[in-house]
Design a binder for this molecule. Structure first.
Ligand SMILES: Cc1ncc(COP(=O)(O)O)c(C=O)c1O
Length: 392
């Protein structure tokens, strides 16, 4: 098979950090408050702007708190877990179906050890039965499992009159999928995903019930300064008004504001969701007409539209051992990488050997179209090379 002549304009298809917005360059950071204190009025105003514009663009209810905290999505989600887990005597349910949800479970089960803990696990490509979640319990889950390409289908399974809190890592869903904010009590994300911005900081959203719970709970464990969001028994409201816990990167803030300008220019949330869905369709339609590729998710209903995970369904590939499969994917992605046609498209290290291609809004659908012949060429080339090696 001939090597394709046309490459994607932007070969960045990593699922995090994700592609910068079309047209981005370092010149986009010209408004950075370089060398200024983050507490100085113009710098603090930029931080507040980043918070307020995300809140408005995402349609987060007015009475929810939104803040910037340290440590990207991990920092924000860990902060949430360590402030709230164990506060619900009815119980805590944790949903696990890929690597990151598994990591949160390790913290809850292995470190925080709340009473009445229930863990619902399923294998890559699947999702636990959501009807098992008890709405009186707190529930810890990811909206979009970035490493398996499986997401929750919607928020229908969450009771509107729940007593428990929904604690949701939505990092690869925010700005790409509709989120039912009224059904979510604690939500986190990072700017490095659908915004194509920097990973430095995490976003933390708290519903009024989450605030109430945090204020009335004193965890059994000490909290490091980086996780402290209370002043005495009250929430530290300043953190949600641009006065961050510690020093943020003003360069990252400037980049986030640039990403938000771009989101506004493509029609806000509706625009970024439409772009994501269009991107997903490009891959999905290709999978339908390609006999060796399939979506890893068991059904389209639970298929992520951002971190699209593909498995190889070729009979010969299936006959290979685990290490051989991984080596084959490596040789395939190396071929594409070497020509600068696409970077970072192998599946996550703990996931089944396959491909993972980011389809968030910062990716152009025309680039995905240009990527498809490269996938076909790389598959055919790597297969014939491997067969030759096997025969030798
Ligand atoms: C679902 C999920 N949670 C958490 C993380 C960790 O994010 P970060 O490295 O921004 O903290 C990722 C990163 O890929 C993710 O996909």
């Amino acid at each position: 098979m001939e090597k394709p002549a046309i490459k994607p304009t932007n070969p960045c298809f990593s699922s995090g950090p994700c592609a910068k917005r079309p047209g981005w360059s370092v010149d986009s950071l010209k408004n950075v408050m370089a060398g200024r204190s983050h507490r100085a009025a113009p710098a603090k105003a930029q931080i507040e702007d980043a918070v307020n514009r995300q809140k408005a663009l995402l349609g987060i209810p007015d009475d929810y708190l939104v803040g910037i905290v340290p440590g990207s999505d991990t920092g924000a989600f860990e902060l949430a877990l360590w402030n709230v887990i164990g506060s619900n005597p009815n119980g805590t349910d944790v949903l696990v179906w890929e690597a990151f949800s598994g990591d949160w479970c390790k913290d809850v089960e292995g470190q925080l050890k709340p009473d009445n803990l229930r863990v619902f696990k399923s294998a890559y490509g699947h999702i636990p039965d959501l009807s098992q979640v008890n709405s009186d319990h707190d529930v810890v889950f990811v909206w979009n499992g970035t490493t398996s390409g499986v997401r929750v289908p919607d928020g229908e399974w969450i009771a509107a009159d729940r007593k428990g809190l929904t604690i949701c890592d939505a990092t690869s869903a925010v700005f790409a999928m509709d989120l039912p904010w009224e059904k979510l009590d604690i939500v986190t994300w990072s700017w490095q995903k659908a915004l194509g911005s920097e990973a430095a900081h995490g976003m933390l959203v708290l519903s009024p019930r989450a605030v109430d719970r945090i204020c009335n709970y004193k965890p059994k464990w000490p909290l490091p300064k980086l996780f402290r969001i209370k002043k005495g028994d009250a929430i530290n409201a300043e953190i949600f008004k641009g006065a961050t816990i510690n020093t943020p990167s003003m360069l990252a803030v400037a980049d986030c504001l640039d990403a938000l300008d771009w989101v506004e220019s493509v029609g806000g949330l509706e625009g970024t969701i439409a772009r994501t869905n269009r991107n997903f369709s490009v891959l999905k339609d290709w999978v339908v007409r390609t006999d060796w590729a399939a979506l890893l998710p068991a059904s389209e209903k639970i298929a992520s539209t951002t971190s699209v995970c593909l498995k190889v369904v070729d009979e010969w590939f299936e006959s290979l051992g685990g290490d051989e499969k991984a080596a084959f994917i490596k040789s395939m992605t190396k071929l594409i990488d070497k020509d600068g046609a696409a970077y970072d498209i192998a599946s996550y290290r703990d996931a089944p050997a396959g491909l993972r291609i980011w389809c968030g809004a910062t990716v152009e659908s025309s680039d995905l179209e240009k990527l498809l012949p490269w996938l076909e060429w790389a598959f055919a080339t790597a297969k014939s090379q491997t067969l030759q090696q096997q025969a030798a």
